[in-house]
Design a binder for this molecule. Structure first.
Ligand SMILES: Nc1ncnc2c1ncn2[C@@H]1O[C@H](COP(=O)(O)OP(=O)(O)OP(=O)(O)O)[C@@H](O)[C@H]1O
Length: 295
């Protein structure tokens, strides 16, 4: 069966603060989701609800139609890899990995061994004695080898050097093709990880302000550059996320939900059209929403 997760009208309130509001999302098996949001947007809060660490204040989260919270069989299907504090952990890498087979029904020991080798993890060292980057690699090893149908990595790259992150990215791609599941990658390294995403979800001020498939999303935004008046005329009907002027030349970042994106039309009007990166789009979309929220 193809896994699916549904957030239905989910909110989270802590004390008087509304942390998450009106979250409605559907996630499907075989897809890798990039979860993006500024600091404090609510990414970890959202993921901790999905991992059933806490109940939602309203609404429901379901895995394959079953509520997740306090449901042991649903919780068994979800792995949450985050920047865990191992300072009190006296167990060695080897024994902690061995113990996992009792908790994680899908855990693949051979795969864990391969990852230990790839990440160069010292099996006989206490986990608390691993460097920051090695602890991240250890977390990632558990997340990948547990082969949970829903696997969440919340900023799991912390402290990892570039070659180690590259191994992690290769493994995500290989696992998704050989053992398809729902991967959720919460990250600030947008430009480095965007090639992994099938879908992009953006959280802003506790709301899911965008959920789109990566390819579609990247056709919705583009830069037009040219004579200032011509750019103004062209961009009038569209949402302009950013505008830069240099002498008589203007460059505008257009974002549109139009099914037929108007890039051809821009060309016909003598304007240059350039692609936007996901990182740029993220910066300008979240900047715009923040300004709106404050206005
Ligand atoms: N236990 C808590 N009590 C009160 N407020 C909290 C608690 N945990 C989180 N928050 C608040 O909820 C909001 C969202 O925090 P969250 O950690 O989910 O954001 P995030 O998007 O993961 O941020 P970052 O990218 O900085 O890790 C923040 O305003 C934070 O201060």
């Amino acid at each position: 069966m193809q896994e699916h997760v549904e957030f239905h009208d989910v909110s989270l309130k802590i004390g008087r603060d509304t942390i998450l509001e009106d979250i409605n999302l559907t996630l499907e098996g075989g897809k890798t989701y990039g979860l993006l949001g500024r600091n404090g947007a609510g990414k970890t809060s959202l993921l901790s609800l999905l991992a059933a660490f806490r109940p939602a204040s309203t609404g429901a989260i379901r895995l394959n139609g079953e509520k997740i919270f306090e449901n042991p069989s649903a919780m068994q299907q979800i792995c949450f890899s985050y920047d865990k504090d191992y300072s009190e952990e006296t167990e060695k890498v080897k024994s902690l990995l061995k113990n996992l087979e009792f908790y994680r029904s899908h855990f693949d020991h051979e795969y864990a061994d391969r990852l230990v080798e790839r990440f160069n993890l010292p099996l006989n060292k206490a986990v608390s004695k691993l460097s920051t980057g090695m602890q991240s690699a250890f977390n990632v090893t558990i997340g990948l080898a547990s082969r949970c149908p829903v696997t969440i990595f919340d900023e799991s790259y912390l402290g990892m050097d570039a070659p180690t992150r590259d191994i992690f990215y290769q493994e995500i791609l290989r696992e998704q093709s050989e053992h398809p599941r729902i991967f959720i990658l919460s990250t600030h390294l947008v430009s480095e990880m965007d090639h992994l995403f099938d879908d992009v979800i953006m959280i802003q001020n506790g709301r899911a302000v965008l959920h789109d498939d990566y390819e579609t999303l990247m056709t919705k935004a583009f830069y037009v550059t040219g004579d200032g008046d011509a750019v103004e005329r062209f961009s009038k009907p569209y949402r302009v996320l950013d505008r830069q002027q240099l002498g008589g030349t203007t460059s505008a970042l257009i974002y549109t939900d139009a099914v037929d994106t108007p890039q051809k039309e821009a060309h016909e009007q003598g304007l240059d059209v350039h692609h936007v990166t996901l990182q740029d789009l993220f910066i300008h979309l979240t900047k715009e929403v923040t300004q709106d929220a404050n206005s």
